[in-house]
Write a protein that binds this ligand. Structure first.
Ligand SMILES: [Zn+2]
Length: 200
C-alpha cells in the first residue's frame, strides 16, 4: 500500500489487507503495524487462538518477520482485553490477523472501534479453498476505508495467483473436506483463475 493520505483530521478508520495465501499479507500486516509503532502510536495486536502455527504470543510471516500478538478465542474476549489496556493507556492502533477465523461479531466491533478513533489494521483471506468468500473479510471489503488486495504467483503457470488450491495426497481437496484444519499435514498452492481446479 502507498501512504494513506488522510485528508480528514479525525482519526479512526479500517485498513484491510487481503488476498490468497502466499501473497505476503502477513509481511504487509507486520510492516504496517511496525510503521505505526515507529511513529510512537500505542498498538495492540490480536490473532485468533486457532492459529498457533509458530508460537503462542507472536505472529510470524513466512519470511520469519514477527510481532507480538495476543491470542483470542472470540470477539468478546478481544473487546475485554482491549478495554482493559485502553484504560491504562489509550490505544491508537489495533491489529487483527486471520480475521476470517473469528466469530462474525468482530466486524461490528471493529466498526465501533474505528468510529471511536482507533485505526484498525485487519488481515485475512478473501476466499476459502472452494473459492467462496470468507466470512468477516467479505464484510470488511465493503466497510474498510482502505483495501489492499495482494496477489501471489500461480504455482502452475507463473501468472497472477488470486486463489488458494488445497492439496491433499497430491490432488485438489474435495469440496466436503473441512474448511478449517490448520494442523492437518496438507499443502496449499496459489493458483490463477485459469489453473484453479474447482473442488468437487
Ligand atoms: Zn496459472
Amino acid at each position: 500500500m502507498g501512504n494513506i493520505l488522510n485528508l480528514n483530521n479525525k482519526k479512526g478508520w479500517i485498513e484491510l489487507i487481503t488476498g490468497c495465501m502466499f501473497a505476503g499479507k502477513t509481511e504487509e500486516f507486520i510492516k504496517r503495524l511496525r510503521r505505526y509503532q515507529y511513529a510512537n502510536q500505542n498498538i495492540i495486536v490480536f490473532k485468533p487462538s486457532i492459529d498457533d502455527r509458530y508460537g503462542e504470543k507472536e505472529i510470524f510471516s513466512h519470511s520469519r518477520m514477527n510481532i507480538e500478538a495476543i491470542p483470542v478465542s472470540s470477539s468478546t474476549e478481544l473487546k475485554k482485553i482491549f478495554n482493559e489496556r485502553n484504560t491504562t493507556k489509550k490505544i491508537d492502533v489495533l491489529g487483527i490477523d486471520e480475521v476470517q477465523f473469528l466469530d462474525d461479531d468482530i466486524v461490528i466491533l471493529l466498526e465501533e472501534f474505528a468510529s471511536n478513533g482507533v485505526i484498525i489494521v485487519a488481515s485475512g483471506l478473501d476466499k476459502d479453498f472452494k473459492n467462496n468468500p470468507f466470512k468477516n473479510v467479505d464484510k470488511l471489503l465493503v466497510t474498510a476505508e482502505y483495501v489492499d488486495k495482494l496477489t501471489s504467483i500461480c504455482s502452475k503457470c507463473g501468472g497472477n495467483g488470486t486463489r488458494t488450491q488445497r492439496i491433499i495426497n497430491g490432488v485438489p481437496a474435495s469440496a466436503n473436506s473441512p474448511l478449517i484444519d490448520i494442523a492437518a499435514n496438507e499443502k496449499y498452492e496459489s493458483r490463477c483463475r485459469h489453473c484453479f481446479e474447482e473442488p468437487k
